[in-house]
Design a protein around this ligand. Structure first.
Ligand code: NAP
Ligand code: MG
Length: 495
């Protein structure tokens, strides 16, 4: 690897504590999990696995802070001031945070350098909608003069936030910011491959003056996540991760009648209409179809090309992907890094083997790269048919498939035939035609000629891609519970 890891001087490497009730607190157990640099396979850090006692301490602290601490009793405007300070504190830590993420999961620095700013933007956006919670929401009865209801948005309680490893800060921020704004308290469980970067968020929360017990952090395996999901003091679960784990969490929450938000896997399609501008598509392709070395939930890794332009589309996609440099995630000009873990590397290679056996053709890449690290060559698969595994399953690695279609109806049918419904794209020079196809796609979000998430618009998946949404006022709603107080006297007398 070209960058010397010994000189990075990162503050968090081997740690033995969780963040409980406002203090870094040693774990009560001995078991530990290593943190592995996927570019070098070196175990450069380690964290403790939370014990059942650690889980109890975290949950009790969050429960106490919710029931008797100051946080839920502040106005939303006061909590918003804390959120803005969290944003400022995060930005102060941007470079160390970026380097830590890149060492944990191999995200190229060009991407991870945006993590602090992106999370800060989320905290500031939610701070900006505090008025929605503080506003006096009084609604007259439609047919009962002199009577009214005041609608309260109370914080739902102790929230368990469980995150995956691909965007370990952003996917916590999008839960933490609305939870805190609403007045909830939380216990965060990061993914095992990325347990250190989240500590910068905890530091920012502490530096911003958020009271003890409001934010707690536990590291450990899925068993710790499961214990938190089922804990009697948990009021709500917010999860981003794989569909199989999401189903288990939904089953547990169903039994317990516990509200849950699930942001799960995807297999999104980019429909290339016959009039698409392929040069313009090339400019956004890496971002929209292979962001973070293909480890982004909503990217459109399944490209649907009209038969008459199939070869042209395959050529453009192949040229664009093969021009992106793969290398050390810590080099500034790296576009593609390794995949994040050995398990993910094995899974991606298994998908490539299935593609070979089922008759797909790699026009670039298609193999593991020699040497250390979990590097899979950025790959474009042509001659992919809808029944192949690589056309149906989420690969979550640097692999794009290109399928052919005849006629718009077939394109829409193919796009809607994966079982998932998370992202999607339409490429066209005709805004009306593009809009029509976008409206027919059975998915939570769809972009026209580009894709990005908008803090003010709900983001979520349909079908196997999840339940509920994040971002926007709709995302805040997941952390409140409504109460309607019906009363006869005019509003003023109740102040
Ligand atoms: P994962 O294996 O489902 O794990 C996600 C989190 O759940 C981790 O913190 C994991 O802990 C924990 N966990 C595992 N088993 C659990 C259980 N039984 N109960 C409670 N928690 C449990 O997912 P991943 O491999 O980290 O991430 C990749 C997946 O995330 C992909 O499928 C991707 O599409 C999806 N994703 C979705 C979105 C979205 O917004 N829709 C965004 C990003 C990623 P351990 O790490 O310790 O196992
Ligand atoms: Mg996993």
């Amino acid at each position: 690897m070209s960058r010397d890891r010994a000189e990075l001087g990162l503050p968090w490497t081997h740690v033995d504590d969780h963040y409980l009730d406002g203090r870094w607190t040693p774990s009560t157990g001995e078991a530990r999990t290593p943190v592995v640099d996927p570019a070098t396979e070196e175990a450069w850090g380690s964290v403790p696995d939370a014990t059942p006692e650690d889980v109890e301490v975290a949950m009790a602290a969050a429960d106490r802070a919710f029931r008797s601490g100051p946080w839920p009793r502040l106005s939303a405007a006061e909590r918003a001031d804390h959120l803005r300070r969290v944003a400022d504190e995060l930005e102060k830590r941007a470079e160390e945070l970026a380097l830590t993420i890149s060492r944990e999961n191999g995200t190229p620095l060009s991407e991870s350098r945006g993590a602090a700013g992106n999370a800060a933007g989320i905290f500031r956006w939610f701070a900006g909608i505090a008025g929605h919670l503080d506003a006096d929401d009084v609604r007259p009865f439609p047919a009962m003069a002199g009577s009214e209801s005041v609608v309260r948005r109370d914080p739902v309680g102790v929230c368990v936030l469980i995150a995956p490893w691909n965007f370990p800060i952003n996917l916590v921020a999008i839960k933490l910011a609305p939870a805190l704004l609403a007045g909830c308290t939380v216990v965060v469980k990061p993914a095992s491959p990325t347990p250190l970067s989240i500590r910068f968020v905890v530091e920012a929360v502490e530096a911003a003056g958020v009271p003890a017990g409001v934010v707690n952090l536990l590291t450990g395996s899925g068993a710790v996540g499961d214990a938190l999901v089922r804990h009697p003091l948990t009021a709500k679960v917010a999860f981003t991760g794989s569909t199989p784990v999401g189903r288990k969490i939904a089953a547990a929450c169903g039994e317990l009648l516990r509200p849950v938000t699930l942001e799960l896997g995807g297999k999104s399609s980019a429909v290339v209409l016959p009039d698409a501008d392929l040069d313009a598509m090339s400019d956004v392709l890496i971002r929209s179809s292979m962001r973070n070395t293909g480890q982004t939930c909503y990217i459109s890794t399944r490209i649907l090309a009209p038969t008459e332009r199939y070869d042209e589309v395959v050529d453009m996609v192949t040229r664009t992907i093969s021009a992106g440099r793969q290398g050390d995630p810590l080099d500034d000009d790296t576009v593609f890094g390794p995949v994040a873990t050995k398990a993910q590397y094995d899974s991606v290679l298994d998908h490539l083997e299935s593609a070979r056996q089922e008759g797909a053709r790699a026009t670039t890449g298609g193999r593991a790269r020699d040497g250390n690290g979990y590097f899979v060559e950025p790959t474009v698969l042509a001659d992919v048919t809808p029944d192949m595994r690589v056309a149906r399953e989420e690969i979550f690695g640097p692999v794009i498939t290109v399928l052919r279609y005849d006629g718009i109806d077939e394109a829409v049918a193919l796009a809607n035939d994966t079982g998932f419904g998370l992202g999607g794209l339409v490429f066209s020079s005709d805004p009306r035609a593009a809009q029509q196809v976008a409206e027919r796609m059975d998915t939570g979000s769809v972009g026209i000629n580009f894709f990005a998430s908008n803090h003010s618009a709900p983001f979520g998946g349909r079908h196997d891609s999840g339940l509920g949404v994040e971002y926007g006022l709709e995302g805040l709603a997941a952390y409140v519970t409504y109460k309607s107080i019906h009363r006869r006297t005019p509003n003023e007398e109740y102040r």
